[in-house]
Design a protein around this ligand. Sequence first.
Ligand code: HEM
Length: 577
Amino acid sequence: MTAAPGDLGGSGDIPAPGAARPAGSASAAGSAPVSATQRVLPSEAGPAVGAHRRDPSVGWRTARWFDDRLGASRFVRSTLDKIFPDHWSFMLGEIALYSFVVLLVTGAYLTFFYVPSLRDVVYNGRYAPLRGLHMSEAYRSTIDLSFQVRAGLVMRQVHHWAAVVFIGAMVVHLARVFFTGAFRRPRELNWVVGIIMLILGIVNGFAGYSLPDDLLSGSGLRVAYSILESIPVGGTWLAFLIFGGPYPSESILSRLYVVHILLIPAVLVGLVGAHLAIMWHQKHTQFKGRGRTEENVVGVPMWPTFAAKSTGFMLVNAAVLSALGGLAQINPVWLYGPYQPAQVSSASQPDWYMGWLDGALRIFPNWEVHALGHSIGNVFFPGVLLPGITFGLLTAWPWLEARRSGDRATHHLLDRPRDAPVRTAMGVAAIVFYTVLFAAGGTDVLAVTVNVSENFIIWAARIAVLVLPPVSGLVTWRLCKELSASDAGRRRAPAAVVRTAAGGYATAAHTAARNGDSEHTGAVAAGSRDGGAEEGVAEEGSIEEGVAEGGVANEGVDRERDRATATITPGPDDLLR
Ligand code: HEM
């Protein structure tokens, strides 16, 4: 073998270009296998024998050094070729992820100035209305963060908005997964990971907004203490253990602080990693459509399309949260005043994700159970039992549904909500139930707004929470049935009322409607049939567009084997999308 002029060190270790071309090139055929140290990168190989070739750059050689040892390039290649289905609803999880990143960044900034201490101090800072008041050091540091620390207020507000959006995005993401049946086998595990993340997000949000020790958050902690105490047998002990003494304890803030900034975020980071890794391994689900089967994934490749879109989306997400933090006031703790255990103000609402629990506490009847020498306090039912049932049912849902339907098959194609009427009806009923509870969390505000007694609002909410969910569930179930029947062309033409020549009205028979005997009935029948057909066409059209557009790829000929077998067919539009 002859070394080409300009070869590295002229050692002769590197064979002539051509002999060491990557497999697949014509000149590679028949050449001896190339050992790891002999492998030549394309830039080293050069265009032709004898042509002048530049030394590879230091960066290139460093990358090669690492690759020789770690073999990372194969992984990187398969990663870059990974296919992501293109649907707007898949962005919901991304919003949650990117809001979490914003939480980590802004939270780190806040830790430089926030002091988690209940030591009594007298305020003497810039905010005149609070001057001379006794307060905890924690509250003072939050007021200072808001008025004295550079960018402190905007960071606090971005942090708070990010928390609100983070949990909101998780809930809507969960609803998307639920209504499309994406939790079915083999994704039950990721469903459970998601539920745990949601619970931890809610708990951490509560811990976070308790940190400033203002009048609002102090009242929330008081409620939390009572809920813990209401747990039969071990409740008092548990409340003591968590708070480190009777309420208000000395150590609760420093404990909440560690939980808030370290323990839960660390667990969340781990769970987010696990969630993404499982998704990566199992691949995305996708909506049904042309070219999409249980065996493949149709979408855009990770590089460059998805990476560019997702990075842009991350920046937009951060920009929106920053704009909210800069322009929309949230949690103005200086208006609430420092926490005093004996005080509570009207119009005290928690963050939205705690609203349903607050509402449940407000409207639950004053029932208490006394048995076997123990009492179960009234707050136990809405404060412990309700969230227990809520998250218990949510967690168990994939197995409950599989048991009811007998469907234990693997699913990679998503349902439309109408395809599963019972699931959709239950989901809608649940949403209505928690929305009513959420509204009940504002009984005092609603009473003032609509100028009726608070008792009236409480009773209205009690009735609504029992009546509206089953009614909305039934209506949804009926709608799903209608929609799927019209999809299948089985929907009966509705009876149509027509004007007779004499000026009266008559109901046209179905047969007349189907045959299009009258202009009106014809239109009705066509409307009902076309409705279904049109939808199918529209859907196909969009799918076709998706397939025809560049960058659409077909991955994973065999999901089970999950090889890097993506057959990617990038088109001209790929880079633009
Ligand atoms: C799941 C993640 C998180 C959620 C949901 C969350 C939520 C919140 C909320 C709602 C507040 C009240 C903000 C306000 O004053 O209006 C808060 C305060 C705070 N958070 Fe977080 N947070 C999270 C993660 C973090 C992390 C990772 C850190 C630190 C590295 C952090 C540090 C802080 C600090 C120091 C405060 C008190 C300062 C203040 O209230 O102004 N947070 N958090």
